[in-house]
Design a protein around this ligand. Structure first.
Ligand code: ZN
Ligand code: FE
Length: 260
């Protein structure tokens, strides 16, 4: 039969994920495939518009992890230019995250640009915080990707504003169970500061020191430390490594008061 050697996924477009650093330390992630783009947590609209227009991308969706203004601030203006774009956010947060067209919850799956995006409920930072998990795209050699907003940072986690330490502990455990090679796209570049804090607690930990050196080098060259990887976080993220809720609670309280 002719064509049997053809990869059945050959027509499935490969994608790429790129950062737009904005404000002090926010990262807006732009996931593109073909001429389509999806933006995650647009703090601002202008830099997103500029990048998409310059590269002739059509914005098809906005993913919102939670309601804070440094994550939804650009959404309204982006919808003016791309009124057809879907806004995907927590069904529990319709009041605080406006313009929703696809309201989702923990364990929902949304199909976007030919890929299945899994919604993971990760409350703790806020009471309805969501993460979005994109399984590997084997045909393109793309590893799994996680957009985790302000829940998991590299070497850190979000402040517990609305949830409890138990919520955050359970949320981090869910993320820790994702494949090791998952790329972790956090919404803030806090890695170096987080590692300084971790080293202040464990000054002789070789893995922390090595990661600190690596991240310092990237940062001094003007590069981001992100995306991270689940495997890296399992080694160097004290919050992700916490053995129980009490340990997580103590770490969070310590970090909240710590100044570099
Ligand atoms: Zn936040
Ligand atoms: Fe934030």
């Amino acid at each position: 039969m002719p064509g049997t050697s053809d990869n059945i996924f050959a027509d499935r477009a490969c994608s790429s994920i790129n950062p737009i650093p904005v404000l002090k330390d926010n990262i807006i992630w732009i996931w593109t495939s073909g001429r389509e783009a999806i933006v995650v947590d647009p703090a601002l609209s202008k830099p997103v518009e500029e990048l998409l227009i310059e590269n002739e991308f059509q914005l098809i969706a906005i993913l919102q992890t939670h309601h804070h203004s440094d994550h939804i601030g650009g959404t309204k203006a982006l919808l003016k230019r791309w009124p057809e774009a879907e806004v995907i956010a927590s069904s529990e947060d319709i009041e605080r995250i406006p313009f929703q067209t696809i309201s989702v919850n923990d364990e929902d799956v949304v199909s976007l640009m030919g890929r299945e995006v899994k919604v993971i409920g990760v409350k703790g930072h806020t009471k309805n915080h969501l993460a979005f998990f994109l399984p590997a795209n084997e045909s393109c050699g793309e590893p799994p990707a996680l957009f985790c907003g302000d829940t998991l940072f590299s070497a850190g986690c979000g402040r517990i504003f609305e949830g409890s330490p138990k919520d955050m502990y359970n949320s981090l455990k869910k993320l820790a169970s994702l494949p090791e090679e998952t790329r972790v796209y956090c919404a803030h570049e806090y890695t170096k500061d987080n590692l300084s804090w971790a080293i202040s607690l464990y000054p002789n930990n070789i893995e922390l020191i090595e990661r600190y050196k690596e991240v310092s080098k990237l940062r001094s060259n003007g590069e981001l430390s992100l995306p991270s990887k689940i495997s890296i976080e399992k080694k160097t993220n004290l919050f992700l490594r916490a053995q129980n809720i009490q340990e997580l609670k103590k770490l969070r309280e310590h970090k909240d008061k710590w100044r570099s």
